[in-house]
Design a protein around this ligand. Structure first.
Ligand SMILES: Nc1ncnc2c1ncn2[C@@H]1O[C@H](COP(=O)(O)OP(=O)(O)O)[C@@H](O)[C@H]1O
Ligand code: SF4
Ligand SMILES: [Mg+2]
Length: 319
């Protein structure tokens, strides 16, 4: 059953389009990855799903959540969804936590606000949640302030906050940027396990294909505000259809056997152009090794290339 349906979501800053007619669906309980280099529109897409697009943005298109249009909701309508049915784990754990409030207070705030439960009941639920997210000595941590926690523990506290009201959807935007490799893997496995155990849908946003592979079943590849490719993670990683996806995969760091010298990674040539400098046709034209003049003429349509797979390229790889 469809939980989220996004149609032609377009976000403009002045005359520059940061997202161009993004459409996708998310099933209840589905684990979706969104990948793309910095500036591809991932965070803007996530913020729009929370009714939190920046003031300066001109937003159009339709977003439905659990069968109801939400993009047209007034502020108060969004407030009843935020934290209760849709929760977000933000990019910067330190800025997402209030430095002046105890961890326990921050976790119980949403429960008391949305559900009107007593402080004692909320405290008991917060304690159980901290246990569920693997916080060591949860009882003591509830009374601590963010600066008294390690980076990994702060991340667990944020995950507990997101889960406080048992949402249907969690949006995790680069949730492990502040963590080392081991803690990243632990946090990703924790998110995946919790989403599965609770039947909760998860949108994991990351520039890192390894994170997407670890967590998600299906993925969207964004570049320059366009959806370039969509499909099951395992299929896309083994046979990408879009040259941009293929470039991301080639640029992945790979584990080396001991004694094998490091070789320079092939990178995608050039860098992501600024919003105002994006090509009008295919956004990847100019960096694409397969690009031809016709690619600059218009936006390549997103077409079905195999069951469950779509790509927006005039010359896709066979899959
Ligand atoms: N408040 C804003 N004002 C102007 N441009 C913005 C604003 N927020 C984001 N952008 C631009 O929109 C594009 C997409 O941003 P974002 O969604 O943050 O990308 P990502 O999360 O993929 O790195 C970028 O070019 C960014 O500079
Ligand atoms: S449409 Fe052309 S420029 Fe764009 S990804 Fe395909 S081949 Fe490359
Ligand atoms: Mg971002």
């Amino acid at each position: 059953m469809t939980l989220v349906s996004v149609r032609d979501l377009t976000i403009a800053f002045g005359g520059a389009l940061a997202l161009r007619a993004l459409s996708f669906d998310l099933r209840r309980g589905e684990l979706l990855g969104v990948v793309g280099e910095s500036g591809s529109g991932k965070t803007l897409a996530a913020l729009s799903l929370m009714g939190m697009a920046p003031e300066a943005a001109r937003v159009s298109g339709a977003i439905s959540f659990d069968g109801e249009r939400v993009d047209t909701l007034p502020e108060t309508g969004w407030q009843s969804l935020q934290g209760r049915r849709i929760a977000m784990i933000f990019q910067e754990p330190m800025s997402a936590l209030n430095p002046l409030q105890r961890i326990g207070t921050q976790i119980t705030e949403a429960m008391i606000w949305h559900e009107g439960i007593s402080r004692a009941e909320a405290d008991a639920r917060a304690l159980a949640l901290l246990g569920e997210v693997g916080m060591p000595e949860p009882q003591a941590r509830l009374r601590m302030y963010p600066h008294q926690l390690s980076g990994g523990q702060r991340q667990r506290a944020l995950i507990a906050m997101a889960l406080a009201c048992n949402p249907d959807l969690v949006l995790a935007d680069e949730p492990t940027t502040a963590l080392d490799a081991t803690r990243t893997a632990q946090a990703l496995d924790l998110l995946r396990g919790l989403a599965r155990a609770r039947g909760m849908a998860l949108i994991l946003i990351s520039h890192d294909l390894a994170a997407i592979e670890r967590v998600a079943e299906r993925m969207l590849v964004l570049y320059g505000g366009d959806l370039m490719e969509e499909g099951p993670v395992a299929e896309i990683l083994s046979r990408p259809a879009h040259p941009y996806t293929a470039g991301l995969i080639r640029a992945r760091p790979r584990p080396r056997p001991p004694g094998v010298p490091r070789r320079p990674l092939p990178t995608i040539p050039g860098s992501v152009p600024g919003l105002a400098d994006l090509p009008r046709g295919c956004r990847f034209h100019g960096r694409c090794p397969k690009g031809r003049p016709v690619c600059a003429e218009g936006r390549p349509p997103l077409v079905d290339i195999a069951p469950g797979r779509r790509a927006a390229c005039l010359f896709p790889e066979p899959v």
